[in-house]
Design a protein around this ligand. Structure first.
Ligand SMILES: [Zn+2]
Length: 370
């Protein structure tokens, strides 16, 4: 393994707003090659060197590549909603199914891709807009507390990826459920569980944050219900059933993706953590490209999850753009670049459910290889 004996603060610091995770001390100059004198190179950590390469790519990218394409996908999802509501009012079964499909896909794009990018502040460079989009996507659209969502995903899962007791994806485990129920039936309850858990997460928050979250979650829920009643003309029961169907349409892959990309990979102890680049390359896995999931969940959750964990402020499209740089660099430095297929992963979780999802995972020691 690469000798990386010079200690450097490359672990978990606040990253710069340009989305590269790069610290100010290495932001001067254009790229790594400009500063790559032998003495400096020796002092660099692998993470800093990789960050410099990625930062160069980000600087050379247009606004469209950095944010525009992903904002357009999200806007398109919102623009498709009127057609979805109108088609759901049709008495023709095919039109009705098309409406259901449009609303389910749009809901997945908005509540998975949108909330994820918003939680990372990847939709805007302005702090005020970042806050606004987080509340809009996570609370109004995603029925969850924005503060709790950012805390759980960004501050715990990302900062402590695969560290047992902190960011080990244990919230996704329900060990008392049989494997078939956990993998194929329980995820359908995600639309009901999410707001209930979201309300529970409000404990300890300020009165303003609690009131805002309750208002926004109710606003999102009743807006969709009202439009299904008034625009689509559905009865009370049908409107609620359509809401459940749309919201549960992608909940199976949602749960699968959340567990496939971390559980079963090396786990670390909080007392003896590896360097960030080792933590992320050993503890994160990419799934292959999948046209449906690429658009609904976003590249950062599917085929660029490694890149996303290394550079969490990049948008989906930028993660895709820097993927060749990251994969080549990691392979050159003989670091893992883990990839596996969706169904290969599903089969592994089905057959090794006890070891992976019920028993406590063993801790991996990476101390000797750093
Ligand atoms: Zn993330």
């Amino acid at each position: 393994m690469q000798n990386n004996s010079v200690k450097s603060r490359d672990t978990g610091q606040r990253v710069s707003r340009d989305g590269t995770g790069h610290r100010d001390s290495v932001r001067d100059g254009d790229a790594g090659h400009v500063l790559a004198k032998p003495a400096d190179t020796e002092r660099e950590t692998l993470m800093m060197e990789l960050t410099r390469l990625v930062q160069k790519s980000v600087r050379e990218s247009s606004w469209w590549e950095r944010r525009g394409l992903d904002c357009t996908v999200l806007t398109t999802a919102f623009l498709s909603l009127p057609a979805g509501f109108l088609l759901l009012g049709s008495s023709e079964p095919l039109y009705f199914l098309l409406g259901l499909m449009i609303m389910g896909v749009a809901h997945a794009i908005i509540t998975v891709k949108g909330t994820h990018l918003a939680s990372h502040g990847a939709l805007s460079e302005s702090p005020a807009w970042t806050e606004f989009w987080a509340v809009f996507f996570i609370e109004v659209c995603g029925s969850f507390s924005a503060r709790a969502g950012v805390q759980a995903h960004v501050k715990m899962h990302h900062a402590h990826t695969n560290v047992i007791g902190l960011g080990d994806s244990s919230t996704w485990k329900i060990p008392f459920l049989p494997r078939s129920v956990y993998l194929f039936i329980a995820p359908l309850a995600v639309p009901i569980i999410t707001p209930v858990v979201g309300m529970g997460q409000l404990r300890g928050q300020s009165p303003f944050q609690m009131a805002r979250a309750v208002f926004c979650i109710c606003l999102g829920f009743f807006s969709q219900y009202y439009l299904l009643r008034c625009v689509s003309g559905l009865s009370c029961g049908s409107a609620l059933a359509v809401m459940l169907l749309c919201r549960a349409m992608f909940s199976l892959p949602y749960i699968h993706v959340n567990i496939f990309q971390h559980i079963g990979l090396p786990m670390f102890s909080s007392a003896c953590r590896p360097k960030r680049i080792h933590q992320m390359t050993h503890g994160v896995l990419n799934l292959p490209r999948n046209p449906l999931l690429d658009w609904t969940f976003g590249h950062s959750l599917i085929n660029c999850h490694v890149e996303h964990h290394l550079f969490p402020y990049l948008s989906d499209n930028m993660c895709l753009k820097v993927k060749p740089i990251v994969s080549q660099y990691l392979k050159e430095k003989k670091l893992p670049y883990q990839e596996d297929g969706y169904f290969s992963r599903l089969s592994m979780f089905f057959h090794e459910y006890q070891e992976l999802m019920v028993f406590a995972p063993p801790i991996t020691e990476l101390v000797g290889v750093q």
